[in-house]
Write a protein that binds this ligand. Structure first.
Ligand SMILES: [Zn+2]
Length: 319
């Protein structure tokens, strides 16, 4: 069964490793694993942590680092052009798929790198970025992050955040609300013209973590036509410090019941998470598939979670 994984950090790791590649690496995602998983589209995040760069220009330095990651992805693709291709449109996804190629969809995780400059958004679009995760875990020029401080959590988007939403709608880029404050989430839902994604977030009612979504948020996401991608991080699955398939099934069942069968997708977060992972490689997605079948989900239902829901959102939100 085809698979669309809406979030991984493989590219950000790869860019720091000159002697590894997408073909051969010690990470959780490689080309063989993607083929084994029957990957249709793999989202590759260009991730920026401002703490890695020196203040006061950290976001600006991070912005330039994004282009190194984009360039690295282009190199990886040029090394295996028969196996993987860049996807900047739905037509490219279909063309790649027809030629038996996996599509790589480039994203930016941390809208802070825009740092108040809207033209940067257009530049990133030109370079092939098709999704932006509006915040990571810090306040930035767009808004506020998920936080244990309720005053921060209730904060909405900043004026520049609204400008970014509008421009992303015009360009037809996917808006990702994972990591965003709850207040920011509601501002996005009220403002966007298209469905949004929570590319890698689970259900807060099942696992009380600020990175997960409340029942109200999951319902609203469903009504908006968006999707939430199941995150494999143990902290967002349970409090046992183990990323196990059993907990994944629980979150999927919960989110299906609450948000509807058109609103759940996959966002593994592989290579962005550590710890004891039962699915520690994309090649092992079969484990989750079998568990969902055992739990009573039909092929048709799993097909939606595996790729059809994400593909529908791509069709609606991207050219
Ligand atoms: Zn993340």
């Amino acid at each position: 069964m085809k698979l669309i994984d809406m979030h991984c950090d493989t590219l950000s790791k790869l860019v720091l490793r000159d002697n590894e590649s997408l073909t051969t690496n010690t990470l959780c995602i490689d080309l063989n694993g993607l083929r084994r998983a029957d990957s249709m589209v793999q989202f590759f995040a260009c991730f920026a942590d401002k703490e890695d760069y020196r203040e006061p220009y950290s976001y600006d330095v991070a912005y330039h680092m994004i282009f190194r990651m984009i360039e690295r992805m282009r190199q990886e693709i040029s090394r295996a052009p028969d196996k993987i291709g860049l996807a900047r449109s739905n037509k490219e996804i279909m063309d790649n798929s027809k030629s038996g190629k996996i599509s790589a969809l480039l994203t930016v995780e941390e809208g802070g790198i825009l740092n108040g400059h809207l033209p940067r958004l257009d530049k990133l679009y030109q370079e092939g970025i098709r999704l932006i995760t509006l915040t990571w875990n810090y306040e930035n020029s767009l808004g506020y992050p998920n936080s244990s401080n309720s005053a921060v959590m209730q904060q909405g988007l900043k004026p520049f955040g609204f400008d970014v939403i509008k421009r992303m709608n015009e360009l037809k880029m996917l808006i990702d609300v994972s990591h965003l404050s709850d207040g920011g989430f509601w501002d996005v839902i009220r403002t966007t013209k298209y469905p949004v994604v929570a590319s890698h977030s689970n259900a807060r009612s099942l696992c009380d973590d600020q990175r997960n979504m409340t029942d109200e948020m999951l319902k609203a996401l469903g009504e908006n036509g968006g999707v939430a991608g199941l995150n494999f991080c143990d902290d967002f699955l349970n409090k046992n410090h183990r990323s196990d398939v059993e907990s994944m099934v629980k979150h999927i069942m919960y989110m299906l019941n609450l948000a509807g069968q058109d609103s759940v997708a996959i966002g593994t977060d592989l290579d962005g998470i550590e710890g004891d992972l039962e699915i520690n490689h994309i090649a092992k997605m079969e484990l989750l598939y079998s568990a969902l079948r055992k739990n009573g989900l039909t092929e048709t239902q799993i097909e939606k979670i595996w790729y059809k829901n994400a593909l529908r959102v791509l069709n609606e939100c991207m050219n």
